[in-house]
Design a protein around this ligand. Structure first.
Ligand SMILES: [Zn+2]
Length: 126
């Protein structure tokens, strides 16, 4: 059985590792976008589609990076693993799957439900 401090240290290592990966991926995608801008203007649908896909992916990764940074800040403040919405502990199994989670599953569902009402096709995160 792990102590809480050990658990948090493990999560911190995972978050830092994730952050590195997301940053590297973002850099690759941005370089790709940059080089695609220089291609001839009569690009086909495939290229346009590819670029839109990359732009969407960048947006997803940027959001994830923000979540990771928030989680790391919460660790510094000693508030990691506590739901930022209702103040209850976030389920450890949830943190295991998603170390950058800042909401408990109940609040996450509630937020997703509210978001879905505004944006019908938003995807659930876990
Ligand atoms: Zn909550």
């Amino acid at each position: 059985m792990m102590t809480n401090a050990e658990f948090i240290e493990k999560e911190r290592a995972r978050l830092l590792n994730d952050m590195e990966q997301v940053n590297a991926e973002l850099k690759n995608l941005r370089d790709l976008m940059q080089s695609e801008v220089d291609i001839e203007p009569d690009e086909g649908d495939a290229e346009v589609f590819e670029r839109e896909k990359n732009a969407a992916l960048i947006a997803v990764l940027e959001r994830r990076l923000k979540d990771i940074e928030t989680a790391l800040r919460l660790i510094e403040k000693g508030e990691y693993g506590i739901c930022t919405r209702c103040g209850k502990p976030i389920e450890p199994e949830r943190l295991e799957i998603k170390p950058d989670a800042t909401l408990c599953i109940e609040c996450q569902r509630e937020v997703e439900r509210l978001n879905r009402r505004n944006r019908p096709q938003r995807q659930i995160e876990w």
